[in-house]
Write a protein that binds this ligand. Structure first.
Ligand code: WT7
Length: 652
């Protein structure tokens, strides 16, 4: 851990926004940032109240914040319809005919929805949901490709007060079952398929497989994305309905009703260090205020911007920075269905050029893949429309930062390295592009209202360059409200380390200028291509296979993905190990969780290194896969030969 930090600390290059950028930016100077930051911390009600007011409430709140740690209520007594704020409001504010979503499908087709058209579609689909008996607080699963309909489905749920839970299209049928059961979903919105790297992802087929195990689901609505090209999907009578057929039966008028500010908006599942994924619960008024304000100040969204976030709606980035934040700002955004390398690594830059994208938000893992693919891809496109770049998901290595800055930004776009989490709902630590001096590798300073600190084990604040745990000391509007159905796990996971403070699970340190350098997770959570994956989840998937007796999963540093999954597996009794078996186990993990969880390598181990009390020593395995050997103290091991054997195996 410390090695990585030192290389960051030697980073002395400082990049400041140009005068021209600062002049037009919403926050123009560090003095302005500091003044507003002070107010946001000292008088959060006043600061956030001003932001929230811009969203158009049906009824104003009576109290900005009610905080009984660890439970926050924001804008108590207020009534808001999140969908109305994101869509209807713009019709009244002169944006009816402005493009809301410019969509490009992977095969190349393009479609634009103005705010008025988006409004029509959302109202229409809200009526479809109502006609199917979906009510306020019912849980609705969404398992769709990156089409405008995914966003329409989310907004339609919000409009009628239903709680959506989006599942990333790369997750398997088994993963769908776990989530359906956990939130007791009533309906599912899916597609016949989606395009990915030239192929078709059989989404409806996966849903059918999941519904063999979860029988309580009443309604499936299927958007037709693929049509005749894909294998014909099976429609179960009385349960499955085509989106377009149902849409034709109902009107496109719908009056949005205001919901309580704390009305649940969505549940999004994310991995933790133990057990099954946690359903992170977000609510309405505070979440929208947080995503709105961060878009406005960090992405500096202006009326004539064309914004593009390359995330999938299945992750929190897609919720906060595709669906809610940008639409609350009335910006024009690009949405792309497919893979960055289809048909080749020039695709993203083609899209930037074609639609004159001005703000671009992506992940370090994608940047590293682009670097590897070669400079001729960006070099041969006109990227001069770009004015601001962002990254999210993992620490960005300085090399990738510099390449992004020079090759994509042409040396004159500020980069906002945004640190946040599924739980935080919105960006927490990030430069403000018009004022914050940036250094490659640091997310720099806390956003308004974010009281971030780094503490040591005893709860003391760490000094500059001392590593510790990243915590947030005050509630913020877009914070998670709980883990769905499990308040105990909520308290224990996030609020147990230091009384009244949120523990992020990340290790970090600050430099002398107060910049936050995020090192990475301190728990048994991996970050694979910017996505969170619990080692315990992969282990339990492996152990569920009939030949596996025991498994230990660790992350290995990976050039492109950041971390790769590596598994050590002990098989049962007489089972013969082979490459074929390793392949079978990899695919098995893919079936149980999804392709992103497939181990890069599987090592068969006669036994695993354990302490005398029987605990697997992951620390040793981690070191072994990273360096090829174990140098540290192994005297607490029950059987030292085990690790030496593994070392020999890896060195072969
Ligand atoms: C974890 C959260 C937030 C949306 C995407 C991931 C890591 C995220 C950064 C960054 C260093 C980062 C942290 C965090 N992370 N952004 N800019 N610099 N690390 O959301 O799946 O909830 O994962 O991603 O480790 O805890 P998530």
């Amino acid at each position: 851990m410390s090695k990585k930090i030192e290389s960051h600390l030697s980073e002395e290059r400082v990049f400041k926004p140009s005068k021209d950028f600062s002049k037009k930016a919403r926050i123009k100077s560090m003095a302005q940032y500091k003044r507003m930051y002070r107010e946001s911390i000292d008088k959060p009600g006043i600061f956030w109240g001003r932001e929230a007011k811009e969203l158009g409430w049906q009824k104003k709140w009576t109290k900005a914040l009610e905080w009984k740690a660890p439970y926050a209520k924001w804008f108590v007594g207020g009534k808001i319809n999140v969908c109305e704020s994101c869509v209807d409001r713009h019709l009244k504010e002169g944006r009816a005919n402005k493009a809301a979503i410019i969509w490009e499908g992977e095969p190349g087709e393009s479609r634009t929805l103005t705010y008025r058209q988006l409004h029509r579609e959302v109202c229409n689909f809200a009526n479809v949901l109502l006609a199917k008996g979906i009510k306020s607080k019912d849980r609705v699963m969404i398992y769709m490709p990156m089409t405008p309909e995914a966003v329409i489905a989310m907004l339609a749920c919000a409009r009628i007060g239903a709680v959506h839970s989006v599942i990333f299209g790369g997750f398997s049928a088994d993963s769908i079952v776990d989530r359906l059961e956990d939130c007791q979903a009533k309906a599912m919105i899916t597609s016949d398929g989606g395009y990915r790297r030239g192929g078709v992802v059989p989404l409806k087929e996966n849903v059918d497989a999941a519904l063999k195990k979860y029988k309580a689901l009443e309604t499936v609505i299927v958007h037709q994305r693929i049509g005749e090209i894909g294998a014909p999907v099976k429609m179960k009578k009385g349960r499955d309905f085509w989106w377009h057929e149902e849409a034709a039966k109902v009107s496109s008028h719908h009056e949005p009703k205001g919901f309580d500010s704390e009305h649940p908006l969505f549940i999004l599942y994310t991995s933790g260090s133990t057990g099954k994924p946690k359903g992170i619960l977000h609510t309405s008024g505070g979440y929208l205020t947080g995503t709105y304000a961060t878009c406005k100040y960090i992405f500096d969204m202006q009326e004539d911007d064309v914004y593009w976030c390359t995330a999938d709606v299945g992750w929190i980035t897609g919720h906060s920075y595709i669906a809610y934040g940008p639409l609350a700002n009335g910006v024009t955004q690009v949405m792309y269905e497919g893979a960055p390398n289809h048909p080749d690594f020039g695709r993203f830059w083609d899209i930037v050029e074609k639609y004159s994208v001005s703000i671009f938000y992506t992940a370090p893992t994608a940047i590293r893949a682009f670097i590897k693919a070669g400079d001729h891809f960006p070099d041969s496109r006109d990227l001069s429309s770009l004015r601001l770049l962002g990254t999210v998901g993992e620490p960005i290595n300085p090399e990738a930062w510099m390449w992004y800055h020079e090759k994509i930004g042409g040396g004159n776009c500020p980069i906002v390295d945004t640190w946040w989490q599924t739980e935080t709902g919105a960006i927490m630590i990030s430069p403000l592009p018009g004022c914050t001096p940036t250094k490659p590798g640091t997310a720099t300073l806390p956003f308004f209202g974010v009281d971030a600190a780094i503490l040591d084990e005893t709860g003391e604040e760490c000094g500059p360059n001392e590593g510790g745990k990243l915590v947030i000391r005050k509630p913020w509007p877009s914070m998670l409200r709980s883990i769905y159905g499990d308040k105990k796990r909520y308290r224990e996971t996030y609020w147990n380390d230091y009384p009244g403070m949120y523990t992020a699970g990340d290790g970090a340190r600050t430099d002398k200028a107060g910049n936050f350098w995020i090192v990475g997770r301190l728990d048994d959570v991996l970050n694979v291509s910017g996505h969170r994956l619990g080692t315990a989840e992969v282990e339990s998937a492996l152990v569920a296979h009939k030949v596996v007796a025991e498994a230990a999963v660790v992350g290995r540093p990976h050039e492109i993905k950041g971390q790769a999954v590596v598994a050590f597996v002990t098989v049962k009794g007489e089972v013969k190990t082979s490459d074929t078996l390793a392949k079978e186990l990899r695919n098995h993990v893919g079936t149980v969780i999804g392709a992103i969880a497939k181990p890069d390598a599987i090592y068969f181990a006669p036994s695993l290194p354990k302490t005398r009390s029987g605990k697997i020593m992951r620390r040793l395995l981690k070191e072994l896969v990273a360096t090829g050997k174990v140098s540290g103290n192994v005297t607490t091991l029950e059987d030292q030969q085990v690790i030496l054997d593994l070392q020999a195996q890896l060195q072969q």
